[in-house]
Design a protein around this ligand. Structure first.
Ligand code: SF4
Ligand code: SF4
Length: 398
């Protein structure tokens, strides 16, 4: 794609990246075939190629309208388009730059701004979110989840080989489903590890980063790196994630802080140490025999399969643990959860969930498993089949 940017625009690193990415696009439209929102509406502007044109127009001519806002806000950020692009267009990075630029244009309606502000003020902070979640449960507004008494993680994190492991318990998950983290802690116990989760680390920063407050996200990211750094310097061998959304974000710290003179090296080290729980356990040949053979459909979140490019690993662990894992149609498509997308774009999110559950239910599984708390809660709201984190199926959580 030809671009025509001013010298000023190309003077900074972000402008150069936008230019590089746009120039890779050859307009072929292969990406549209795998875009979930394009499949639902059939509108060119609801697909990646159309969004790329809108982004180009916005960056090149500073031309932006409510139409641009509508179609870019409609993007799930699922990165499915990147998997089918023959030119290696980094759509996610381009769309992120576009969304941050859009946030500065003041085009959003007041209720959209308030909604985003509310999301930023509540979800990343477990102490604020917990009472609201309990109230929602009492009013029957939130999906039922297992709850277990959670053993507070200790500070020691050394196994018999002297390796240490850090955990991130996550903001939403630590409130709605603390037993998932507990399940991982138990599994790590069986491998000889104790777990260490720094209480200062609440949220990975994704909620602020994707909802109009990238500067605040930077603050959170730096605080997290500072909190983890002593353990990293002591030689911790991994930072293990139970939520694939958090894992994607922490693995992205190295890009986000790539030009930061103080934090770039630290961010690179933290990102390289970060592993999804499935990577961590698979690398240690984990398996566990379950007594009942149940049929499981595993829905891989976009953050796991497209962003982190981890495919088939969870399914392998579940099979090795005695489950019958069934495949289903269009496994690559987003379920509509997409971080806070289901709160901001409820109609599209519900439509994608309906399609996803219809494909899964054809296989009549006993359980639907997934790897991210957002997908879990979103799918459970539309399904009578129990939806679980896959770690719950191989740990001793009921
Ligand atoms: S990120 Fe997902 S929703 Fe957005 S354009 Fe790409 S495939 Fe479509
Ligand atoms: S597949 Fe890649 S090169 Fe083709 S239109 Fe989409 S982003 Fe551009």
């Amino acid at each position: 794609m030809q671009t025509n940017f001013s010298k000023e625009f190309l003077a900074d690193r972000q402008g150069q990246r936008v230019n590089e990415i746009l120039r890779k696009c050859v307009h072929c439209g292969f990406c549209n075939a795998t875009c979930p929102t394009h499949q639902v509406t059939g509108d060119e502007l609801d697909g990646p190629r159309g969004r790329i044109y809108l982004l180009k127009q916005m960056f090149e001519e500073n031309e932006v309208s409510r139409t641009t806002l509508h179609h870019l806000d409609g993007c799930l950020g699922c990165l499915n388009c990147e998997t089918t692009c023959p030119s290696g267009v980094e759509f996610g990075e381009l769309a992120e730059a576009g969304k941050h630029a859009l946030d500065d244009k003041g085009l959003r309606s007041w209720h959209s701004r308030i909604k985003r502000w509310g999301i930023r003020q509540i979800f990343p902070y477990p102490r604020r979110f917990a009472p609201l979640y309990r109230l929602g449960k009492w009013l029957n507004l939130t999906p039922e989840q297992n709850t277990l008494a959670v053993k507070r993680p200790g500070n020691a994190a050394v196994n018999s080989n002297g390796e240490s492991v850090l955990l991130l318990h996550g903001c939403v998950q630590s409130v709605t489903s603390p037993h998932i983290n507990q399940g991982l802690a138990q599994l790590l116990d069986t491998l000889g590890y104790e777990t260490h989760a720094d209480d200062r680390v609440k949220c990975c920063g994704a909620i602020h980063h994707h909802n109009g407050a990238p500067e605040h996200a930077l603050k959170i990211i730096k605080q997290n790196i500072d909190a983890w750094w002593p353990a990293v310097e002591r030689g911790c061998s991994a930072i293990v994630m139970t939520a694939s959304g958090c894992g994607s974000m922490v693995k992205d710290y190295q890009r986000i802080l790539g030009d930061d003179p103080e934090y770039a090296d630290k961010a690179r080290r933290v990102s390289k140490l970060t592993e999804d729980a499935s990577e961590f356990l698979a690398a240690r040949s984990f398996k566990k025999n379950t007594s009942d053979i149940e049929t499981v459909a595993f829905h891989p979140p976009c953050t796991l399969q497209h962003d982190q490019q981890i495919t088939g690993v969870v399914e392998g662990i579940l099979r090795n643990s005695g489950y019958r894992v069934v495949d289903f149609k269009e496994k690559h498509l987003c379920c509509g959860s997409a971080g806070t997308y289901s709160l901001l774009q409820p109609q599209m999110a519900a439509s994608l969930r309906k399609n996803k559950l219809a494909a899964i239910e054809q296989q009549q599984p006993d359980i639907i498993a997934t790897a991210n708390i957002g997908c879990l809660l979103h799918l459970q709201q539309g399904s009578t089949t129990p939806v679980r984190h896959w770690l719950e199926l191989i740990s001793n959580s009921p």
